[in-house]
Design a protein around this ligand. Sequence first.
Ligand code: CA
Length: 237
Amino acid sequence: MIRVSKQPHILIIEDEAAIRTGLTDALVYHGYRVDGVADGNQGLGKALSGKFDLILLDLMLPGTSGFEICDAIRKVDREQPIIMLTAKTSDEDIITGLGLGADDYVGKPFSVAELVLRIKAVLRRARTVVAAAQKIELGGDVTIDTQNLRGTRGLEELVFTRREMDILEYLHAHGERPVSREELLNKVWGYDRNAALETRTVDIHVAKLRRKIEIDAKSPRYLITVRGAGYRLVTET
Ligand code: CA
């Protein structure tokens, strides 16, 4: 299982101040960490940071629309939980919203109690999806069994720590999107603050993982560094 920081971090992208602040207060009361943004362009930047456990996304926004934001997220991250909030309730909009890959859709006006239930359900499902990957195969010669913390590289047996496996699973779940050290610290270690001070911890774990899964740890083929962006797990040959 991926260790998730105790308080899930939610991004609200909503231009109506009353709804944004009301929701923020209610979700903080329910134990979530919340960032709120009123503008679509600013929201898009934050949404693509990969730092949030869930995004509550309004449809009609100044700047980039909620649909465009959802589409942009899905191009780089299939796992990011997204719930759309909108006053538009026609079926066409619902279908478009779900077609772009939102996990759920809540029409305004909504009750906070109902929204919190939806948030919990979407977060639960997201964790199950991540935890469901039991086998990770790398380039045909490395096989990793995430449940048993073991693997093979050719004829060699590999043994991983839980933390090393959490890192591999997290990178694997995010496919082609490079994951920053800060995000790994936040999502795998559950560190909320001063993450920048601890990034060496991540590098040390990555170096250990490379000695296990790579033929040559100095020129990695699978656990690669994306300059300025972080780490990525390459699964194809
Ligand atoms: Ca709006």
